[in-house]
Design a protein around this ligand. Structure first.
Ligand code: ZN
Length: 135
């Protein structure tokens, strides 16, 4: 695999509206998309900085992995994952697995913005939760 760029940085937040206000009022960026990803039990909000996006993630259920992440972070949330744009998510996952990397997703699934996404396990990536995504 050879990612073309960082697609987005995922940030877990306990309250999406409050976080959006910060990113708009202080950082001066415009939220251009709010989308619920039912499958992952999250509501997402997106901002663009050049080619890179910021993805805010608010849990919609206590069972969401984002809810657990926030709980483990003293209820505050924080930096959650980095997403890399690849040509083909399934191929990139297979390539990583062939190199001994532990996967969270064996095959891609549908993410926000219609992307095909898959995660590498942080145990294999020096503790950085790594998302791969393609169109
Ligand atoms: Zn993401």
């Amino acid at each position: 695999m050879k990612p073309s760029h960082i697609e987005h940085i995922g940030i877990a937040v306990p309250n999406l509206d409050e976080a959006i206000r910060y990113w708009e009022d202080v950082m001066g960026l415009e939220c251009y998309n709010i989308e619920e990803v039912v499958d992952q039990k999250v509501k997402t909000a997106f901002f663009k900085i050049g080619e890179v996006k910021i993805e805010l993630l608010e849990p919609t259920s206590p069972e969401s992995t984002i809810a657990k992440f926030i709980e483990n972070n003293g209820g505050k949330g924080g930096m959650h994952h980095i997403a890399f744009a690849v040509e083909n998510t399934d191929q990139a996952l297979a390539d990583a697995e062939a190199k001994g990397i532990r996967l969270i997703d064996k095959t891609s699934r549908g993410g926000a913005e219609g992307l095909k996404i898959g995660f590498l396990h942080p145990k294999s990536t020096f503790a950085v939760l790594t998302e791969l995504c393609s169109k």
